[in-house]
Ligand binder design. Structure first.
Ligand SMILES: NC(=O)c1ccc[n+]([C@@H]2O[C@H](COP(=O)([O-])OP(=O)(O)OC[C@H]3O[C@@H](n4cnc5c(N)ncnc54)[C@H](O)[C@@H]3O)[C@@H](O)[C@H]2O)c1
Length: 274
């Protein structure tokens, strides 16, 4: 099941902001375990190198590249470097992104622009420069290429408790981008889907959110986030990785333009929000 032997996968944001398993890091390791050669890109080369050490330690194949997904030239250079190294690109996981809190009154224009760029433009640039490569190559397996964009439940449901207008709008844009790419390339066999994580316990919680929204009280934030999920706990990077793996595998060959929500029931029930 989900055999990726011979496939080449690019994972953006393949490191993580702190020790532990971010969504991109877990996804990169899982794709390598399934036989893919994984091109690990990150703006923080050391973070990607840590992921590479894990993959290589397990006997997997990977390469590391420092890339800024906000910078078109850097993305183009990364795509060429992947081709130089692995000769093809079968899978693209656009995982870079993150939130800045704020309502229309409190979020600055600059922060709004940053949010749109960080979440939506990074995914756009990934698709823009990888799709032509996928179209031009000989197909391996049942798809010409498979793309997964990472959104967030913030893109499909709104928390009255803590507005994050830029994050909600930009993650909604990711869902729209996915559908648009899926429709445009369905005939040629490139599939594009979105994974929508809910409240996940990734290093981001301790290393950024605690400071940003919880006065540095990580324990209280973790307890609050756990209590907000109908299943009583946050998910992990592995939950996101497993959904992503399914969507890029041949087992999902008739699935395109849609979403898998990975949130323990968060988006279908109850008030609150992180
Ligand atoms: N953690 C959660 O609870 C959660 C929930 C919903 C959605 N998400 C989404 O999942 C994705 C990954 O989240 P995470 O918490 O695993 O990630 P993270 O914050 O740990 O970041 C992963 C990596 O992205 C890299 N990165 C940041 N900017 C970059 C850039 N411009 N170019 C290249 N690399 C860059 C970082 O250096 C880091 O190593 C994001 O899109 C996020 O919005 C996360």
């Amino acid at each position: 099941m989900h055999d990726l032997t011979g496939r080449v996968a690019i994972v953006s944001g393949a490191g993580s902001v702190g020790p532990g398993w971010g969504n991109g890091k877990a996804t990169a390791v899982l794709l390598a375990r399934q036989g893919a050669s994984v091109f690990l890109l990150d703006i923080n080369e050391a973070a990607a190198r840590e992921t590479a050490g894990i993959i290589e330690g397990e006997g997997g194949k990977c390469a590391v590249h420092r890339t800024d997904m906000l910078d078109s030239a850097s993305v183009q250079e990364m795509v060429q470097a992947c081709l130089d190294r692995f000769k093809r690109i079968d899978i693209l996981v656009n995982n870079v992104g993150g939130s800045e809190p704020g309502s229309v009154e409190t979020l600055s224009e600059e922060a709004w622009d940053r949010q749109i760029d960080f979440n939506a433009k990074t995914a756009f640039l990934g698709c823009k420069y990888v799709v032509p490569v996928m179209l031009a190559q000989e197909r391996i397996g049942k798809s010409q290429g498979a793309i997964v964009n990472t959104a967030s439940v913030a893109g499909i449901r709104v928390s009255g408790a803590r507005p994050q207008v830029g994050y909600t709008a930009s993650k909604s844009a990711v869902i729209g981008l996915t559908k648009s790419v899926a429709a445009a390339y369905a005939k040629q066999g490139i599939r594009c889907n979105t994974v929508i994580p809910g409240l996940m316990h990734t290093p981001l919680v301790e290393y950024r959110l605690a400071r940003q929204i919880a006065g540095n009280d990580a324990e209280a934030l973790i307890a609050k986030r756990n209590s907000q999920v109908p299943m009583g706990r946050m998910g992990t990077g592995w939950d996101v990785a497993n959904a992503t793996l399914f969507l890029v595998s041949d087992e999902a060959n008739f699935i395109t333009g849609t979403e898998i929500i990975v949130d323990g029931g968060f988006s279908c029930f109850g008030p609150g929000g992180s």
